[in-house]
Design a binder for this molecule. Structure first.
Ligand code: FAD
Length: 818
């Protein structure tokens, strides 16, 4: 009889208990939950969490994790106590800006399939009678939001796991992780505890804010910052007294003042994110010394003063009571606010499920269980993947600064293009100082400073008679009409784009080709000098990345990837025979994209190598010199114009830029930024992985079937996509254009057909060549026909849009192939 693998789950908080339940439900019943505290009240964040579950989230992944949690916990009870009560959630606006934001949030809910509506002040007061109707401008009501009883959720899920064979070792602290010795990738073999060793082939760290300490036992940097957060309870509120549960108040958020509320019988609970950030150091996280509730620090009353003033303004009924008790509770924050999920890169079988709110706990439990048992999570988790950070983003200084900022921003209105404000300048390309001279306005991605546009290009608008429709306040943030001038220069003359932040790997050695053939959907076994666009699929056929592979030698490849997750994926597939070496060469190199009809006029005079169309064909690579700089030129273009990506080592970067820029001056070269770039790539229909498609989509649905060569031999995901085709896809990534040239959307908005939601926008941007906003959207195939009239929600308005044939610009590829 097959036996299930031995699993140790570290921590009996709401995440560990959910995972134990989900694992045992999948037949992995040899599960031991090891908990340092007493299981009835272990002392982590879950032991005292007030348990508000607001599902609304701009991330489709996070919203779906929350929706599953609400549904699952709604079906569970522990000793008669419901694990979840759907009292509804109400977020109120006290400023016009917040009211607009609530409409945007309602759009997310519609896009992700969560019922909600924006209601007027009267309806807010009807839903929550303690509210001062005159203080609010409106609210967002989500009927399925509610209150989780985290201890009950723990008990109910743990009981089910136990009934299936799981056991619990409480009052037992994990002090170390054991592993295999010898050559090859190490595997976990169990955990050491203060009560002895527990053998296991899989160990999952669900240790809450102790996660970094457990990670340190296996040399894993866990970018998690424990923060203290204030929660208080009032004394009796007269209007609640005697009303029992008859007055089932919705949970309430007053985000303009960083506050949230729930009812505790005849008292109110108040949580506050407006106080100074209070990072908690690892050394302060003692265990035995801190008593039975190490996650509760003493209440610092002064920090709560503003919260109490604001609360009495919003809820006048609190005037006759006072703050009776409170505490500063600890929980985890990460650099981008999302959880940390996944398996250790160098220690097989050691997993992490950290920085998870009660709100997402059951969803995370399910996804991580599926990932461990089946090899892939059933949900796209790239935003939560443990390996999404790299380099300086893992430094304690960065994690602390970002953790504090994430805390401050919990309830802030965040624009999709808002950038990290602290720390600034973590990663800059060798062209940075030139970009600053050109008045670059920088955005940030993965720590990189990236120009959005350059103020120096402003005069080009008038010079070329370019007019750009005005935008509303929201759409004009992090935007400038100068992007139109940079796009115009790219389509009509030539532009230089800093492509340095595009991560690249060098994959080399006798086994390099075989490895890439195994991972890539496209044919990589081509001549030296070939460049190939390919997908990386997971075992279910989902698109886990797209890459550009340049064969620079028989056994040497440069692979342009989407980020650290791809490096992790490639490393996990390395053969044990050391026949392949993978190096992240991003930081030591740089790249300029030179694109436009005059690109050859710019580059050819600078090199003795023939870069004519016939000598260096489209999708070919060549090593050459540009002036004095050794360069690898890839004839590819993400903007749909003639040109090359020119790669050089970082120390040559400044000279490369200056050489090109000087030579381009008579041709009218400009430095282009991300805004122009995004619009140009959308005009060409080039997808952005992570936004347009993820592991939840197969290549055919995403319109990327051309990059799959099932006949080339086996590759990861091939069996799963067998028999699938674009014709049989039931949903499609679809190109829409907005009918009114003045309308703009930014992404994540719902798309409607005759008023009924049918899909959602992935990425959007202004196509300056086509003179309107372009939005890609996931739609059912039957409504994806060219010409279909749809609408896209925009702050409560419905903007007309039409399905368009793609690509919108140069479908014949004549501009690139010349
Ligand atoms: P924990 O509940 O902390 O569990 C981790 C467990 O691991 C602990 O029991 C610990 O004892 C054990 N452990 C750690 N190290 C070891 C070791 N070496 N050996 C053995 N055992 C170990 N979330 C919401 O969704 N809604 C809210 O309204 C909400 N309000 C909050 C209010 C406050 C004041 C606080 C502090 C948090 C709030 N949260 C809320 C966040 C939420 O409580 C946490 O994110 C969640 O409970 C974390 O669950 P967990 O299982 O990961 O961690």
């Amino acid at each position: 009889m097959a036996t299930s693998p031995r699993v140790v789950v570290i921590g009996a908080g709401v995440v560990g208990c959910a995972l134990a339940d989900e694992l045992t439900q999948r037949g992995w019943t040899d599960v031991t939950v090891v908990e340092q505290g007493a299981v009835a009240a272990p002392g982590g964040s879950s032991s005292h969490a007030p348990g508000l579950v607001f599902q609304t989230n701009g991330s489709r992944t996070m919203a779906s994790l929350a929706a599953y949690t609400a549904t699952k916990l709604g079906s569970l009870t522990a000793a008669g106590r419901p694990a979840y009560t759907a009292v509804g959630g109400l977020e109120v606006a006290t400023t016009p800006e917040r009211l607009a934001e609530l409409h945007r949030r309602q759009g997310w809910n519609t896009a992700w399939g969560i019922e909600s509506r924006v209601v007027d002040p009267g309806e807010c007061a009807r839903l929550h009678p303690l509210l001062d109707v005159g203080a609010v401008l409106g609210g967002l009501h989500v009927p399925s939001d509610g209150l989780a009883d985290a201890p009950a959720a723990c008990e109910a899920q743990l009981d089910r796991a136990r009934a299936r064979g799981a056991r619990v070792l409480d009052r037992t602290r994990v002090t170390g992780i054991t592993r295999t010795a010898g050559a090859g990738r190490a595997r976990v073999t169990g955990v050491e505890t203060d009560g002895g060793t527990v053998p296991a082939g899989v160990v999952v760290c669900c240790a809450g804010f102790w996660g970094a300490a457990v990670g340190a036992m296996v040399g894993l940097a866990v970018p998690l910052q424990p923060m203290a957060h204030q929660y208080a309870r009032t004394g009796q509120v007269r209007s609640l007294a005697g009303s029992g549960d008859g007055l089932a108040l919705p949970i309430l958020r007053h985000q303009d003042a960083d506050l949230y509320y729930r009812r505790h019988g005849d008292r109110m609970g108040i949580g506050y994110y407006g106080h100074r950030p209070m990072p908690v150091g690892t050394d302060d996280l003692a265990s035995e010394e801190s008593g039975p509730m190490p996650s509760m620090l003493p209440f610092t009353e002064d920090d709560f003063a503003d919260a109490w003033t604001e609360s009495r303004l919003l809820l006048p009924g609190l005037a006759d009571t006072k703050v009776e008790d409170g505490f500063n509770g600890i929980f985890s924050f990460t650099p981008d606010g999302s959880p940390l999920l996944g398996e250790h890169a160098e220690l097989s079988g050691f997993w992490l499920a950290e920085a998870v709110w009660v709100t997402h706990s059951a969803g995370v439990g399910r996804a991580v269980a599926e990932w461990i048992v089946d090899g892939t999570p059933g949900t796209d988790l790239h935003e939560c993947d443990l390996h999404r950070f790299s380099g300086g983003q893992l430094s304690p200084a960065y994690v602390r600064a970002r953790g504090c900022q994430s805390f401050v921003e919990v309830y802030d209105i965040i624009h999709p293009h808002d950038r990290v404000s602290d720390p600034v300048g973590l990663r800059t390309s060798p062209f940075h100082h030139r970009q600053v001279e050109l008045g670059a306005v920088f955005g940030e991605a993965s720590g990189w400073e990236r120009p959005l546009w350059h103020e120096a290009n402003a005069p080009l608008l008038e010079r070329h008679g370019l007019t750009v429709p005005e935008r509303d306040d929201w759409a004009s943030r992090w935007w400038s009409p100068i992007a139109a001038a940079e796009a115009h220069a790219t389509r009509n003359r030539v532009a230089m784009y800093d492509m340095t932040p595009l991560m690249r790997l060098e994959v080399s050695g006798p086994g390099a080709l075989a490895l890439l053939q195994r991972l890539c959907t496209n044919q990589i076994d081509k001549s030296v000098g070939s460049v190939t666009y390919s997908l990386l699929l997971d075992g279910t056929g989902g698109v886990r990345s797209d890459v550009t592979v340049a064969r620079l030698g028989e056994q040497r490849f440069q692979v342009g990837v989407n980020g650290p997750l791809d490096l992790d994926w490639v490393q996990r597939h390395l053969p044990d025979d050391h026949s392949v070496v993978v190096r992240d060469v991003t930081g030591g190199t740089c790249c300029v994209g030179v694109w436009g009809p005059l690109a050859r006029d710019l580059v050819q005079p600078l090199t003795s190598t023939d870069v004519s169309h016939t000598a260096l064909k489209f999708f070919r690579a060549r090593e050459l010199y540009v002036g004095a700089v050794p360069v690898t030129a890839l004839r590819v273009s993400y903007v749909g114009e003639l040109g090359w990506e020119l790669y050089a080592s970082a120390e040559h970067g400044a000279l490369l830029w200056d050489t090109l820029y000087r030579a381009g001056a008579p041709l009218g070269v400009v430095a282009g930024g991300r805004l122009a770039f995004n619009g140009l790539r959308l005009e060409k229909g080039y997808r952005a992985w992570g936004t347009d498609m993820t592991a939840e989509h197969d290549p055919y649905e995403a319109g990327l079937g051309f990059a799959v060569r099932p006949d080339k031999g086996d590759f990861v995901g091939r069996a799963a996509i067998k028999g699938r085709s674009e014709a049989s896809a039931t949903r499609r990534l679809t190109c829409l254009t907005l009918d009114d040239p003045g309308d703009v959307v930014l992404g994540r908005e719902p798309v409607r057909l005759d008023g009924t939601p049918v899909g959602y926008v992935t990425s959007a941007g202004y196509g300056y060549t086509v003179g309107r906003c372009i939005a890609y959207a996931w739609l059912p195939s039957q409504v994806a026909a060219v010409g279909t009239a749809l609408t896209i929600d925009w702050f409560g308005r419905r903007l007309p849009a039409t399905v368009a044939a793609e690509p919108l610009v140069d479908p014949e590829m004549a501009r690139i192939r010349r």
